[in-house]
Design a protein around this ligand. Structure first.
Ligand code: SF4
Ligand code: FES
Length: 247
């Protein structure tokens, strides 16, 4: 195995560049090094002006998403040796405005997320002395997969619908809405219905499935969307026949 590998890194300086340019760096090719380690090496030893986001280095915080050789990846969980002998092209996540170099603006997602109320909604709060809202392992299993989301935005970067229509609520926000809709303690499904079943919600999804393929946490947002399509269609029919019901 070679000692070094070439990283071709997208550079973009706001106010100076009109479009990103690729800059090449040689970094050590070490077996245990992730792409993020290569970028940190550049930052520490070759070019301190390189900008990128990271925090946990262990696939939990969701902040290090980048496009690696064309695919959205967590750079802390993507290893240099998997791309040897290189070069490896590292670009910002697609479908988001670039702030600088590999840093993207996810403000659009942050604005959309609260519209689906990703928290437990209760009509009536039981008094504290009545204890916790308990649920069975089966009830937990119903939504647990969707609770694994780390807001990394890889699914938005992979989504061809979001690429064309940024009004689309998008895969993670819908999966997170389902995380609460399917929680036995939640009573907010009716409040989420209007946003989720709007033209910018589930019905925009053409079920390409790239979001689920890109997700590093096995959330399966495409599955969440298809499941909710069935719910929304059933709700629409029930709405004609009887008062409110949910899920
Ligand atoms: S659904 Fe998966 S890919 Fe999308 S933000 Fe959540 S963890 Fe990331
Ligand atoms: S640095 Fe936290 S997920 Fe990669």
């Amino acid at each position: 195995m070679a000692d070094e590998i070439t990283l071709e890194v997208a550079r973009f300086r706001p106010g100076e560049d009109t479009e990103p340019v690729l800059q090449s760096y040689q970094v050590p090719l070490r077996e245990q090094w992730a792409v993020l380690d290569g970028l940190s090496y550049i930052k520490d030893h070759l070019d301190g002006t390189l900008s990128f986001r990271w925090s946990c280095r262990m696939g939990i915080c969701g902040s290090c998403g980048m496009t690696v050789n064309g695919d959205p990846q967590l750079s802390c969980a993507t290893f240099l040796t998997d791309y040897a002998p290189g070069p490896i092209r590292i670009e910002p996540l697609h479908n988001f405005p670039v702030i600088r170099d590999l840093v993207v603006d996810i403000g659009d997602f942050m604005d959309k997320l609260p519209t689906v109320k990703p928290w437990l909604v209760r009509d009536v709060h039981s008094p504290l002395e009545e204890g916790e809202y308990l649920q069975t392992p089966e009830e937990l299993e119903d939504y647990q997969q969707f609770s694994m989301c780390i807001n990394c935005m890889l699914c938005y970067s992979a989504c061809p619908v979001y690429a064309l229509d940024q009004d689309f609520v998008g895969p993670a926000a819908i999966a997170l809405a389902q995380r609460y809709n399917l929680d036995s303690r939640d009573e907010g499904a009716d409040e989420r219905l209007a946003v989720l079943s709007s033209p910018e919600g589930i019905w925009s999804c053409t079920f390409v499935g790239e979001c689920s393929a890109a997700c590093p946490k096995g959330v399966d947002p495409a599955g969440a969307i298809q499941r909710y399509k069935l719910t929304a269609a059933t709700q629409a029919i029930k709405g004609l026949l009887m008062p409110r019901s949910r899920r």
